[in-house]
Design a protein around this ligand. Structure first.
Ligand SMILES: Nc1ncnc2c1ncn2[C@@H]1O[C@H](COP(=O)(O)OP(=O)(O)O)[C@@H](O)[C@H]1O
Ligand SMILES: O=C(O)C1=C[C@@H](OP(=O)(O)O)[C@@H](O)[C@H](O)C1
Ligand SMILES: [Mg+2]
Length: 194
């Protein structure tokens, strides 16, 4: 399923209220474990673009791993930290891997949308179950006792709401996933160049 490119033929954009044009970011969203961080690096290499992982920015700012931040600050606290980190991004022409929970913040998604093209990386639940190990060890924003299926069903509509393109990665290895992403970008006439 392709959701469409509202920029039309040109991917050059303008931040509301600002005068200069920018090279858009490529923003990856999706469930934890789908491969946003891994594929983001591979895509950045291929596109000769810088790469940013918002999880790493948050970890570096706090000097702690995400699991510890979530444990100490709680779910709402982590969401607020994530929103602030994303809204402070000023990069252009950059591949951005987000954390899976970013879609809970309309403000963060608006910020990303104003500066980039948003691709939803998706895995069907059985593939995701196979991919993810212990959710607690991974540090995921979910209610106590919430199952992966419950989280998946809660999040799918949010990813669909914010994405401009959708990519189902079931059964694709790293290289095939990269090629599939590049194909989507080509189809959508996405370019980071001027
Ligand atoms: N296409 C793929 N095939 C198999 N394993 C993958 C693939 N993409 C990512 N992985 C693995 O899945 C795990 C989660 O990947 P990661 O990039 O951290 O996902 P995310 O950032 O979306 O949470 C990692 O162990 C990674 O090596
Ligand atoms: O989906 C989530 O609730 C989260 C996903 C993580 O990032 P990845 O999606 O890169 O695993 C990280 O932001 C945090 O631990 C919460
Ligand atoms: Mg990641």
């Amino acid at each position: 399923m392709t959701i469409g490119n509202p920029h039309g033929g040109s991917m050059l954009g303008r931040v509301p209220g600002e005068s200069s044009c920018y090279a858009p970011n490529l923003v990856l969203i999706g469930m934890p474990g789908v491969g946003k961080s891994t594929l983001g690096v591979l895509a950045a290499k291929q596109l000769a673009a810088p790469f940013v992982d918002t999880d790493l920015i948050i970890q570096a700012a706090h000097g702690k791993r995400l699991q510890e931040i979530i444990r100490e600050k709680g779910l709402a606290g982590f969401r607020a930290i994530e929103e602030a980190a994303v809204c402070s991004l000023t990069v252009f022409g950059t591949v951005i891997a987000t954390g899976g929970s970013v879609v809970y913040s309309a403000k963060a998604m608006e910020h990303l949308r104003a500066r980039g093209f948003i691709v939803w990386l998706d895995l069907s639940l059985p593939f995701l179950e196979q991919r993810l190990g212990d959710l607690d060890a991974r540090g995921v924003v979910r209610a106590p006792g919430q199952s992966l299926q419950g989280l998946y069903e809660e999040r799918q509509p949010l990813y669909a709401l914010h994405a401009q393109a959708h990519l189902l990665l079931d059964g694709l290895n790293h290289e095939d996933a990269l090629q599939a992403l590049l194909h989507v970008l080509q189809t959508q006439k996405f370019s980071m160049g001027p």
